[in-house]
Design a protein around this ligand. Structure first.
Ligand code: DP6
Length: 381
């Protein structure tokens, strides 16, 4: 979209995306710069109607400064966002060398053509707002960075791969580009111990996300409820730092990357293919627990789960005793719980939640805490 500001043209683009919550968790990078995961992972994209990030990118002719505002507050531009901006500017440099043919069709393309000669002098302003808690384990960076990648690609209109742009913003961000369950391949095990440039280039091209089409049946069957621990603020250790610490200090993560996580991937894919709801929930639960076991095995330990989270775990297992694995839970790098509930059990589980306080009377936490109800999403809108 174009508007005219003080007779200078302004170029702006906005996207709305929903977070993608890890179900088979991504934890660890084989290559830091290209953000190539150590393990293949799977996440579910939430419905952007209920829980979302809106990001607007504006090229500002009034300023040469880059700016990042999250929920109205100024943030420093991270190295990764800087890298995205550099790629953006490089692409613009290349466009300058092209003939203007590319920009003569639609009126907006013509305007872009007019802007190009000076475009690298413009400041880039990014404004991002979340409808849910930020930086506390609900994947706000996944939705924020995927929306930013979509804005950059929208303005550039080049064929630069938006999956790549999202991934180098934040690994889990590339999973937000699709709906349903999304698989993000990690480095191939036989390349795990290699680090030559040729292998990096090869893996960078290969490690791009796609929707698991066999997961579509779940959309009408499952509701997602997020129970947020209202006591929790921003997390102490960011995922990018935590995953590095785990890889450097935990022995369990070696077993997970080299063997166990691949088993979970295979089992989940088979369960999805067989439309086996209970098995899908079982694997999701087990993978969340295995991931947090590696966090505990990190030195010093990463304590993302707290009493609130543990009570939810206990509560779900109490409920599942009667209705076998009808509710699944997962926790990203934070205390908030993401529950997946079979729609047939929704009413009964809601009642159970409402009465759960009696089960945990000694607790300082009130269950249910702040809740977000949503469903599986179709990807960005
Ligand atoms: C626990 O995608 O936030 O949520 O690539 O460093 O930005 P970076 O990490 P990020 O890590 C997500 C970790 C996780 C698990 C998951 O989403 O699969």
């Amino acid at each position: 979209m174009f508007t005219q500001l003080n007779k200078k043209l302004t170029l702006t683009s906005s996207f709305k995306t929903a977070p993608n919550i890890g179900l088979i968790k991504y934890w660890g990078k084989w290559n830091e710069k290209e953000i190539i995961p150590l393990n293949t992972n799977i996440g579910v994209t939430l419905n952007p109607k209920d829980i979302f990030t809106t990001t607007t990118l504006t090229l500002n002719p009034e300023s040469h400064k880059n700016e990042l505002l999250i929920n109205g507050k100024d943030f420093a531009i991270s190295n990764r966002i800087e890298r995205l901006f550099n790629i953006f500017r490089e692409q613009i440099q290349q466009s300058k060398q092209l003939t203007c043919n590319r920009y003569k069709n639609s009126p907006s393309d013509k305007l872009l053509g007019q802007l190009i000669p000076d475009i690298d002098k413009y400041g880039i302003r990014v404004e991002s707002n979340n409808s849910f808690p930020t930086g506390s384990g609900l994947a706000s960076s996944s939705s924020g960075l995927s929306a930013l990648a979509l804005c950059l690609q929208d303005i550039l209109k080049t064929n630069i791969d938006v999956r790549y742009l999202s991934r180098i913003g934040s690994g889990s961000a590339c999973r937000c580009l699709y709906g349903n369950f999304v698989l993000f391949p990690g480095v191939q095990l036989n390349n795990l111990d290699k680090c030559d440039q040729e292998t990096i280039n090869l893996e960078s091209k290969r490690c791009l996300p796609y929707e698991i089409q066999n997961s579509r049946w779940l959309k009408d069957k499952v509701s997602i409820v997020i129970l947020t621990d209202t006591h929790q603020g921003q997390k102490d250790v960011l995922s990018k730092d935590g995953m590095k610490m785990t890889w450097e200090t935990s022995k369990l993560i070696q077993g997970r990357v080299r063997q166990f996580v691949e088993q979970h991937i295979q089992e989940l894919q088979t369960a999805l293919e067989n439309q086996d709801f209970n098995k899908v929930m079982e694997i999701i639960i087990k993978d969340s627990n295995q991931f947090h076991a590696t966090c505990m095995d990190t030195y010093p330990p990463l304590l993302y789960l707290n009493d609130f989270s543990r009570q939810i775990i206990q509560m779900v297992h109490i409920y599942n005793r009667n209705a076998k694995n009808i509710v699944g839970y997962t926790f990203d790098a934070g205390a908030h719980a993401v529950l997946l509930i079979h729609n047939d059990e929704l009413l009964s589980f809601k009642n159970f939640l409402a009465n759960a306080q009696n089960l945990f009377t000694k607790s300082k936490y009130i269950i249910p805490s702040q809740q977000f109800w949503t469903s599986i999403g179709d990807g960005p809108i």
